[in-house]
Write a protein that binds this ligand. Structure first.
Ligand SMILES: C[S@@+](CC[C@H](N)C(=O)[O-])C[C@H]1O[C@@H](n2cnc3c(N)ncnc32)[C@H](O)[C@@H]1O
Length: 287
């Protein structure tokens, strides 16, 4: 009698391989921890983040409660009104406790500088998460400026709102739950409730679903909300990557847009590269 060795051995081999890989990765994480975490992304909280990537795309949360834990930490530890202290506390939480997909401190400086240069009065952010980049924006915005931060997850928007209140910036930021690609509801709300109108938006920060960067920029352009001199900053153009957005701005370079690329790193480590694009609307096509 012939034995069907191949069909029963394959799942066993896969199971053994999975156990070996898990043991290797687990050992590497433990060794990294014992050595004082010299490899920043070889941490359980980063691996958990990567394992939760499908949920992350669906819900905008990792799924282990780290966003709520951050809000609790800020409420318990931060001094009310200490904006710098809250930003540092969030960076520290992301480095030592649980990795967070904030723009982070290195790329955050690029965002700060772009806002300082543009001196915008009306800012639009797509992708609030826990409100970290909004805190940074609020710190450097000129007096009288307001940031509208659009977030598809109501739970994330709630975490951000609690953090902004502790930091003392909730009077300068408006949280909008929704997305520009929801068939017009959120764009209509921005127009009707918050006065978004022709040429009214000075600065946009794109930091939401990477495949939505280009369609949402085109929606904003089509709505006529930008004006010559409006600045759009986009995070994560290399990692995870927004290739169609990059190609669009390359094609428009010197015509409708002028873009400065900033080579940088993925948040909270210095190994994985990333690219932040800072684009200024020129407004008229040039021959
Ligand atoms: C990378 S995080 C934003 C980080 C934040 N800007 C910071 O630096 O602190 C991306 C966020 O975008 C949200 N998101 C995903 N798709 C979205 C969309 N189409 N519109 C608005 N928010 C979206 C996710 O729920 C998540 O909270």
């Amino acid at each position: 009698m012939r034995r069907t060795v191949g069909s029963s051995a394959a799942p066993e081999r896969a199971a053994v391989l999975a156990v070996l890989v898990a043991a290797f990765v687990g050992g590497a994480v433990v060794a990294n921890r014992l050595a004082g975490k010299p490899v920043p992304f070889l941490r359980w909280s980063v691996l958990r983040f990567l394992l939760g990537s499908r949920r992350l795309v669906r819900e905008g949360r990792v799924g282990d409660g780290r966003e709520e834990a951050l809000a609790r930490r800020v409420v318990e530890v931060a001094r009310p009104g200490d904006l710098d202290g809250v930003i540092e506390l969030i960076d520290d939480f992301a480095r030592r406790t649980s990795f967070l997909m904030n723009v982070g401190d290195e790329k955050g400086l690029l965002l700060d500088d772009a806002i300082v240069r543009a001196r915008p009065l009306r800012l639009l952010e797509l992708g609030t998460y826990c409100g970290y980049s909004a805190l940074r924006a609020a710190r450097v915005m000129p007096p009288g400026a307001r940031l509208y931060s659009v977030e598809s997850s109501a739970a994330n928007a709630d975490v951000a709102q609690r953090i902004w209140e502790i930091a003392g910036v909730s009077d300068r930021i408006t949280s909008v739950v929704g997305s520009l690609g929801d068939g017009g509801a959120t764009m209509d709300r921005l127009a009707a409730e918050y006065g978004f109108s022709s040429g009214s938006v000075d600065f946009v920060f794109l930091d939401h679903a990477k495949e939505a960067y280009l369609p949402d920029l085109l929606r904003i352009e089509d709505a006529g909300w930008l004006h010559p001199g409006s600045v759009v900053v986009a995070d994560n153009v290399l990692t995870p990557g927004a290739p169609d957005y990059l190609a669009y701005l390359r094609g428009e370079e010197g015509r409708r847009w002028r873009t400065v690329p900033h080579r940088t790193h993925v948040e909270y480590q210095k190994v994985l590269p990333d690219l932040v694009l800072e684009s200024t609307l020129l407004g008229v096509a040039q021959p």
